[in-house]
Ligand binder design. Structure first.
Ligand SMILES: C[S@@+](CC[C@H](N)C(=O)[O-])C[C@H]1O[C@@H](n2cnc3c(N)ncnc32)[C@H](O)[C@@H]1O
Length: 380
């Protein structure tokens, strides 16, 4: 974890701010040279509020050569959150049953993920292009912008946005897939945080972009989740989400039947089971898939070139989540309109779902509880 992250995080209680108690800090290389102070409010490296002249770019360059591997974050009330293996883990308290289950489900899914492989059959170049289409921007406009990747999953796209678009990325996820991502990451401007999108431990009005693909549909109430997140966006910041189509939108009759059958299996068989039992089921299906693939290959029947890990990941994604809500385009566009978002539009359509976006107006935060940063720490 970089000290820089502390300027972007806030306690879930939304009072005061977090300061770091480092226990193990490693020196890392930093190839860049910063010419401006990156933080706006709080310099965790010097443990002071940013005031004119208090922090210099030299401090920032020094800050980026330090990686906090183990330690704690403490809020002003004394409540602490651990930093384990470089990742802050920020939850308000005991996790609800549904969060625990979601965490287990998606952690299994990302455990199967091999870095460099495709996600949902899409390679990373395809995903980057889809991201640009989703946000309705070109690559050049993204440089140095802060994006929150809410429910970042494997973290591969988060890292790619930093590497290829020059963005600063705060990648938040409930599951442990981000641990693998953290180990692979070499970009100093990607910050991984373990936490929930339902209580994002992120400051108000910090993000230029908010990207939340395929996440809200796995919450108990998609719309409620949708409404929690925008407070972290700056005014005019852009908010993209991706959700599933309703099942009866599957165009081919075979798909419709298949999806109805899959839903029945998920609701009645797989999803209620403990995750270890599910693992055995998906493993068995994966073995059958591989056998079928090999036989079809011999007779040149199939073009399905998914690896067994990709297939297993697909099984987990389809059959394990407790919630897998589906929404119409009208419904989603209305959510944006209700919050007063501007330039609301559908970004793209896919077979299983669609993306939508809108820009945050100034008054949105008026209806959402804001954090107030009351600390008056002084430098030096
Ligand atoms: C289908 S994956 C999508 C991942 C990624 N956005 C992508 O497009 O590849 C859903 C992700 O949402 C995460 N997730 C589910 N519930 C969450 C929550 N309450 N808070 C944060 N992340 C959550 C899961 O851990 C999982 O990584």
């Amino acid at each position: 974890m970089k000290y820089r992250l502390l300027d972007l995080l806030q306690p879930i209680s939304y009072t005061g701010h977090l300061h770091v108690i480092p226990k193990l800090v490693e020196k890392v290389s930093f190839a860049d040279t910063l010419h401006n102070v990156k933080c706006d409010r709080y310099c965790a490296f010097k443990n002071c509020m940013i005031k004119p002249g208090a922090v210099s770019p030299t401090d920032c360059n020094e800050c980026y050569t330090n990686e906090i591997i183990d330690g704690e974050l403490e809020e002003e009330s004394g409540k602490r959150y651990p930093i384990i293996n470089g990742i802050p883990r920020i939850f308000s308290g005991e996790m609800s049953d549904f969060l625990e289950k979601n965490k287990a489900t998606f952690s299994l899914e990302w455990k199967m993920f091999q870095f460099g492989q495709r996600n949902w059959g899409q390679d990373i170049e395809f995903r980057r292009q889809l991201f640009l289409k989703g946000m309705g921007v070109n690559k050049e406009s993204l440089k140095n912008k802060l994006i929150v990747d809410a429910g970042c999953g494997s973290g591969l796209l988060s890292m790619s946005m930093a590497d290829d678009f020059g963005m600063e990325v705060l990648a938040l996820d409930l599951g442990t897939g981000i641990e693998k991502a953290y180990e692979h990451n070499t970009n100093p401007y990607v910050y991984f945080v373990q936490g929930s999108v339902l209580e994002p431990p992120i400051q108000d009005n910090v993000a230029d972009f908010l990207y939340c693909a395929g996440v809200l549909i796995h919450l108990p109430d998609t719309k409620m989740g949708f409404q929690v997140l925008p407070r972290i966006l700056k005014d005019a910041g852009r908010y993209f989400i991706w959700v599933y189509h309703p099942i009866d939108k599957q165009h081919h009759p075979d798909d419709l039947l298949k999806m109805k059958f899959y839903k029945w299996i998920r609701d009645n068989l797989t999803s209620p089971l403990p995750i270890k039992a599910q693992y055995m089921i998906y493993l068995t299906w994966t073995v059958l898939f591989v056998i079928k693939q090999k036989i079809f290959n011999i007779f040149a029947v199939t073009k399905d070139d998914r690896t067994w890990q990709e297939k297993m990941q697909d099984f987990v994604d389809m059959f394990s989540p407790i919630y897998q809500h589906r929404h119409t385009e009208e419904e989603v566009l209305a959510w944006y309109e209700e919050l007063g978002f501007m330039n609301v539009d559908l970004s793209y359509q896919e077979k299983y779902g669609f993306g939508a976006r809108g820009d945050k107006p100034e008054q949105v935060n008026a209806s959402i509880p804001l954090a107030s940063n009351t600390s008056s720490l002084k430098c030096g």
